[in-house]
Write a protein that binds this ligand. Structure first.
Ligand code: ADP
Length: 398
C-alpha cells in the first residue's frame, strides 16, 4: 500500500510517498510560497534527480494537484496513476482533548478538528485546507489524521494543569497539551529497541531539538510530561521562541516600550529564543557555534543558556520518571550538533554519564553515544515523523 503523507502549513506543503509495507520512501518534495508570487515545487523521486518547477500555485488545491501530477508524470513520476496512491496521512497540529490517537478522517472527525482551530489558529486551518484539497482531488481515497498533540494525551492531570483558576480549564480547556508528539513517539520506540528493552518497561527522555524544541518523559511507552504547553511557546529556549518565562515580563515590557499584547506575542514567538539571546546574531546553531568558536560572547552565552535549559528539563524529567534508562537527542540540532550534546551531557555528569567522543561525532544513524557502563545511556536517533504518519495510516486503513 502506498501512503501519501502530507504536512500542510499556511503557505507550504511537504509531502512524501511511502510504500507502507516495506517502509521505503518512493518520492518526496515541497511546495513553497503557496498563494504568494514565485511559488515553486521541489520534487525528488527516490534514486532520480531533484526537479524544481517555478509555477503559480494560487491555493493548496493547486499545490496538491501539482504534487499528484508529478507523482503520476510519464517522465519523472513514480506511479502509473492515482489508483496507486491508496491512502493519505495528514499531519495535524492540534487535536485538543478530542484526539488521543490517529483517526480515519470522516466528516465528523473533520468537524472535531475545526473545533480545535481556536487552540492553533495558525496551524489547524492550514491542515484542514490540505484535507479538503485531497477530498476534492482524490475522492474515495481513505485519509487519516495524525495529531502532534495525541501522544501527550496520556499526561496525568498533575502535569497538564496550570496554576491558574480551574474554571479556565473547565470553560476553555486551557491546559498543557505538548507538540512534536509524532517525533517523541517514534524516537522513544526506537530508543527502547536500541537499548534492547521492552517499550512497555522503559523510562526514556526525548530531546527534540530543532527550530522548535521540546523534551518529553516517556514511561512504559506513555508520555507522562512534555515541555510545550497550550501552544508551542512554552518550555525550552528555541530558535526564535522564548520558552518558559515569568508572565509578568509581558506587562513589564508592554509598559516600558508601549507595545500591545499582539506585539509582545510576536516578539516572544519570532524575535526571542537563541536569536534573541544572541542579540539578533542568528537562530541557526551553525552560526552560533561558529561565533562561539571565535570567542564571541553572543555565541557562547546563547549556547550555554540553551543547553542549561535542556539539562534542567532532563533533570526534572528524571523525577517525573523516577529514574531514566535512556536520553535521546533528535531533530536538526539534536541530530547534528555534537557540541550541543556534549555541553548538555556535561551538566548531567552526576548521573555517571560520559560521552564516547567518536560516537558523538557520527551522524545519520541510531547510535548510543555514551560510554558509561552504569547509569543512563545517551543516544542520537534521527526522527522520522513522515514514516510514523505512514505507519499509523497503514494500520488504520489496511
Ligand atoms: P524544524 O523542523 O523545527 O524547522 P529542524 O529539526 O529541521 O527544524 O532543525 C533546524 C535547525 O537545525 C537549524 O535551524 C539549525 O539550527 C540546526 N542544524 C542543522 N544542521 C546543523 C548542524 N550541522 N550543526 C548544528 N545545527 C544544525
Amino acid at each position: 500500500m502506498n501512503v501519501l503523507v502530507l504536512n500542510c502549513g499556511s503557505s507550504s506543503l511537504k509531502f512524501q510517498l511511502i510504500n507502507a509495507e516495506n517502509e521505503e520512501l518512493i518520492a518526496k518534495g515541497l511546495c513553497e510560497r503557496i498563494g504568494i508570487e514565485g511559488s515553486q515545487l521541489v520534487y525528488s523521486p527516490t534514486g532520480g534527480e531533484k526537479v524544481t518547477t517555478v509555477v503559480p500555485m494560487p491555493d493548496h488545491t493547486a499545490a496538491v494537484k501539482l504534487v499528484l501530477d508529478s507523482l503520476c508524470d510519464k517522465e519523472v513520476g513514480v506511479v502509473k496513476s492515482l489508483e496507486e496512491i491508496n491512502a493519505v496521512g495528514h499531519r495535524i497540529v492540534h487535536g485538543g482533548e478530542k484526539f488521543a490517537a490517529s483517526t480515519i478522517l470522516t466528516d465528523e472527525v473533520i468537524k472535531g478538528i475545526e473545533e480545535c482551530n481556536d487552540l492553533a489558529p495558525l496551524h489547524n486551518p492550514a491542515n484542514l485546507i490540505g484535507i479538503n484539497a485531497c477530498k476534492e482531488l482524490m475522492p474515495g481515497v481513505p485519509m487519516v489524521g495524525v495529531f502532534d498533540t495525541a501522544f501527550h494525551q496520556t499526561m496525568p492531570k498533575e502535569a497538564y494543569l496550570y496554576g491558574i483558576p480551574y474554571e479556565y480549564y473547565s470553560k476553555y480547556k486551557v491546559r498543557r497539551y505538548g507538540f512534536h508528539g509524532t517525533s517523541h513517539s517514534y524516537v522513544s520506540q526506537q530508543a527502547a529497541r536500541l537499548l534492547g528493552k521492552s517499550y512497555e518497561d522503559s523510562k526514556i527522555i526525548v530531546c527534540h531539538l530543532g527550530n522548535g524544541a521540546s523534551v518529553s518523559a516517556v514511561k512504559n511507552g506513555k508520555c507522562v510530561d512534555t515541555s510545550m504547553g497550550l501552544t508551542p511557546l512554552e518550555g525550552l529556549i528555541m530558535g526564535t521562541r522564548s520558552g518558559d518565562l515569568d508572565p509578568a515580563i509581558i506587562e513589564f515590557i508592554a509598559k516600558k516600550e508601549n507595545k500591545t499584547i499582539e506585539q509582545i506575542m510576536n516578539m516572544l514567538n519570532k524575535e526571542s529564543g537563541v536569536l534573541g539571546i544572541s542579540g539578533g546574531l542568528s537562530s541557526d546553531f551553525r552560526d552560533l557555534e561558529e561565533a562561539h568558536a571565535k570567542g564571541d560572547d553572543a555565541g557562547t552565552r546563547t549556547l550555554e543558556a540553551f543547553c542549561y535549559r535542556v539539562a534542567k528539563y532532563i533533570g526534572s524529567y528524571m523525577v517525573a520518571l523516577n529514574g531514566v534508562d535512556g536520553i535521546c537527542f533528535t531533530a536538526g540540532v539534536g541530530e547534528n550538533s555534537g557540541l550541543v550534546r556534549s555541553m548538555i551531557c556535561e551538566k548531567l555528569a552526576f548521573t555517571g554519564i560520559t560521552l564516547d567522543k567518536e560516537a558523538n561525532g557520527k551522524r545519520g544513524e541510531d547510535i548510543i553515544i555514551s560510554s558509561n557502563a552504569e547509569g543512563p545511556k545517551v543516544m542520537v536517533i534521527p526522527t522520522n515523523e513522515e514514516l510514523m504518519i505512514a505507519r499509523d495510516t497503514y494500520a488504520l486503513v489496511k
